[in-house]
Ligand binder design. Structure first.
Ligand code: PLP
Length: 382
């Protein structure tokens, strides 16, 4: 598939962000109404019923058109959460006995879903670095799954390599693009079959909606829609409108997140209080062009042993200790206690999750204020 957006031909992405999904409403509101009725009568008795759970109100269509446009995809689905996306993809495209290769550095919820839930349904998973996928591939492998920028380590991945591996072995490639958003990375343009995101994060961007999205070819999205109607993975119309409103400012937010994220990462590297700072170091040659507008606001920092990190996170005054990310305000979390809490000590050791690791979501405040906030708290925690 060569992803295209056949509906629109605006030259600037900024125009698409404002106008994709908008219906022309002569004599009506500039912004569409939120459909609060769960159902609607249809012009003809034999027409497809309109019912919110089927995701077929105008609010769903508006947000989905914009999502498809942002990923240069033929089609997209909006869902009730990022986890709903993974659920929908696995339930629709895999069957008991199938095997999935997942990049070993991944969101804790993905790890839990594959090991605790889908294993019960007979779907087997191997977590492995991309460089070892060839070795771990089995005759029943059907899918590869990876994050374009990993959670919690914030490492930008070689998207083309994953897509090519999948093509060579006739597997479905799925990319979780939550940390990048389509403003920084459009995985479908690099050969991936399906992209999904927790829209709760950067797409909405204001920490007030739980949502998800999937984009891809018409064929795949039609298959997913068949299951979507029955799995109850829909997003209610009011949240569609909230998400649409958040998304209209995605580009300018992500441009600023990238600038502030970089300044914060550089300050942490120079602080003398950290052993490792992961931000913007690509596993592929950056000339591959997978990331086009910086790396956003997610920065992973391993503080040196002398810093008591638990104390640090109680002393910051601007950076709030919460598990979510991608909002306008800066937040931070210790993955050992949040995203990866359930791992055994042994698993945490293997995956590199320890009590010196903090995942920062750098917001839209001034970089110098965020750096000062963290530095004052870190020095007081030695
Ligand atoms: N994927 C990634 C990379 C995430 O960070 C998250 C949540 O933090 C999810 C998926 C799940 O998203 P949601 O919380 O919207 O279900």
């Amino acid at each position: 598939m060569k992803p295209t957006d056949s509906k629109h031909d605006w030259s600037s992405p900024a125009t698409g962000l404002q106008h994709a999904g908008k219906q022309f409403r002569l004599g009506q509101g500039l912004i569409g109404a939120t459909e609060s009725s769960v159902t609607f009568s249809t012009p003809k008795i034999e027409d497809t019923p309109v019912y919110s759970r089927l995701g077929n109100t105008t609010n769903h269509f508006e947000v989905e058109e914009l999502l498809a446009h942002l990923h240069r995809a033929p089609a997209a689905i909006v869902t009730g959460s990022g986890m709903a996306c993974l659920n929908l993809i696995v339930m629709t495209l895999l069957r008991p006995g199938d095997h999935v290769l997942v990049l070993e550095s991944c969101y804790g919820g993905t790890f839990q879903m594959m090991t605790k839930i889908f294993s019960v349904w007979g779907v087997e998973t191997t977590f492995a670095p991309m460089s070892t996928w060839e070795k771990h591939k089995k005759p029943n492998t059907r899918m590869v799954l990876f994050e374009s920028i990993t959670n919690p380590f914030c490492e930008p991945q070689d998207i083309g390599r994953a897509a090519q591996f999948a093509k060579t072995h006739k597997l479905i490639s799925v990319c979780d693009n939550t940390f990048a958003s389509p403003a920084l990375c459009q995985p479908l343009l690099h050969g991936v079959d399906l992209v999904f995101e927790s829209a709760t994060k950067y797409l909405n961007g204001h920490s007030d909606v739980i949502a998800g999205m999937i984009a891809g070819s018409n064929d795949l999205i039609i298959k997913l829609r068949g299951f979507h109607s029955y799995l109850g993975t829909f997003l209610p119309p009011y949240q569609c409108m909230q998400l649409l409103r958040g998304m209209r400012t995605l580009d300018i937010r992500m441009t600023q997140h990238s600038k502030t994220g970089l300044a914060f990462a550089e300050a942490m590297r120079a602080s003398g209080l950290t052993d490792a700072v992961n931000y913007g170091v690509e596993t592929a040659n950056p000339a591959s062009g997978y990331f086009t507008n910086g790396y956003g606001g997610m920065v992973s920092v391993r503080f040196s042993k002398k810093v008591n990190v638990k104390k640090l996170l109680t002393l910051t005054r601007l950076v709030t200790n919460v598990p979510s990310l991608g909002g306008t305000e800066s937040t931070a979390t210790m993955p050992a206690f949040t995203t990866n809490w359930f791992m055994t000590t042994e698993q945490k050791k293997t995956f590199g999750i320890d009590e010196q690791l903090v995942r920062f979501s750098v917001g839209l405040e001034g970089a110098e204020d965020i750096v000062q906030d963290v530095m004052v708290a870190a020095k007081a925690s030695i």
